[in-house]
Write a new protein. Sequence first.
Length: 162
Amino acid sequence: MKDKKFIPAPLYNRIKKLVPICCVDIIIKTDRGVLLGRRANHPERGSIWFVGGKVNYFESLDEAAIRKAKQETGLDVALKGIVDVCTTTWVKGEKRHTINVTYLAVKKGGRLKDDGQHSEFVLLKKIDPKLPPYVKRLLARSGVFSKVKIALKPPSGKQFDL
């Protein structure tokens, strides 16, 4: 979408308290491991988490995943498929409710850089038992560390304008 219009922060903060927010999470596979970040912001500040964030108005899910990967890591990615669709709720601190579409992606170019969303990046070679349950479950579901190929729903690349 060329003409991006952002919701003013006070209105967006009010909306977040009234309706779930649609987000994307991206599991980025590189030749050195799976790239995750230690969150610098709430919710889950300090936790190892996926790259990702909210879907913008008139943006497809695929476009959002590619944009968030580039924005947060500096990497260009190719989407390999949808791992899962989950609802997450945070009830401690600032309450949040999100609907997350998790993608598996592979790095195809770019240079790793941080936009301030993460205090550090982490490359995983296996699922660490200390990871948050949500992250462990989606990494396992993705099959990224498995020798067995997992059937993923391919990214659609489609947006239906009705």
